[in-house]
Design a protein around this ligand. Structure first.
Ligand code: PGA
Length: 250
């Protein structure tokens, strides 16, 4: 493991996929163990899969810790029924929330089928104001620089809202669902300002296909065109990258 202190935020570089997953899992686990009613935000995607497997295998039996965690959705597709496998809340339930036993009543998620999605998003923002702050937000990085579904062009003062997914994002998500036509066109996302109020943020970045965007996030202009660049203006952010994603930084 090496730590690159020349960047803000500091970047921790893991040698390989296994160390990346284990380090990510431990960064999260050590926080959860310390807290009594943590509000936790987690990403879907390829990036965190091995981290979830590690947590289930090594810490899944610590029910007394998981039972006091509150899970808060980071983003979600709009217009899918509650039992649809594509819903991020169901994906995370399969990969982590069910295996470790986070109670369903402690999962705060979007209603994908809400009649008025704009109102649903506003209600989520209000819930966070009343019950937050977010204690720990683990985030992935899109190849277009998005975090959650804050697509390029998202303002740094954006709040939880409905967003039209960009063609790149729909294309990269199509791989999970067997075709572009199966990817919804709209989604909910926590906003950048909403996320910036988290007490701690861990940005996970792995794979050679993320090297170029990670370089831009850390070294390019801080701009809504690269939404993740706003993390350079936020305190308490840790970037964990694998060697492939960090290859242009070394
Ligand atoms: P990935 O997605 O983990 O599948 O690369 C990250 C993202 O788009 O946020």
């Amino acid at each position: 493991m090496s730590i690159l202190k020349t960047y803000t935020p500091t970047v921790t570089v893991a040698e390989n996929k296994q160390i990346f997953a284990k380090t990510a899992a431990l960064l999260l686990w050590e926080q959860l163990e310390e807290m009594h009613n943590p509000l936790m935000v987690l990403p879907t995607g390829n990036t965190p899969g091995d981290m979830y497997r590690y947590l289930v295998t090594h810490h899944g039996k610590r029910k007394e810790i998981w039972e006091r965690v509150r899970f808060l959705a980071l983003d979600e597709y709009i217009g899918l029924p509650a039992n649809d496998r594509r819903l991020f809340q169901n994906w995370l339930a399969r990969d982590l929330l069910d295996p470790v036993g986070i109670p369903v009543r402690r999962r705060i998620v979007f209603n994908s089928m809400a009649d008025a999605p704009g109102e649903e998003a506003a209600a989520m923002e209000n819930w966070i104001k009343d019950n937050g702050p977010i204690d720990i937000a683990v985030l992935g990085l899109g190849v277009n620089g998005h975090i959650a579904f804050n697509e390029p062009g998202s303002n740094f003062d954006s709040v939880t809202r409905v967003i039209a997914l960009s063609p790149e994002t729909r294309q990269s998500n199509a791989a999970y669902w067997g075709g572009l036509d199966k990817v919804p066109e709209r989604a909910y996302t926590l906003g950048l300002r909403t996320l910036s109020n988290a007490k701690q943020i861990i940005l996970l970045v792995n794979g050679a296909h993320k090297a170029e965007i990670l370089n831009k996030v850390l070294c390019g202009p801080i701009t809504p065109d690269i939404p993740a660049s706003f993390l350079r203006t936020v305190a308490n952010v840790t970037v964990l990258a694998d060697r492939e994603a960090a290859k242009d930084l070394l």
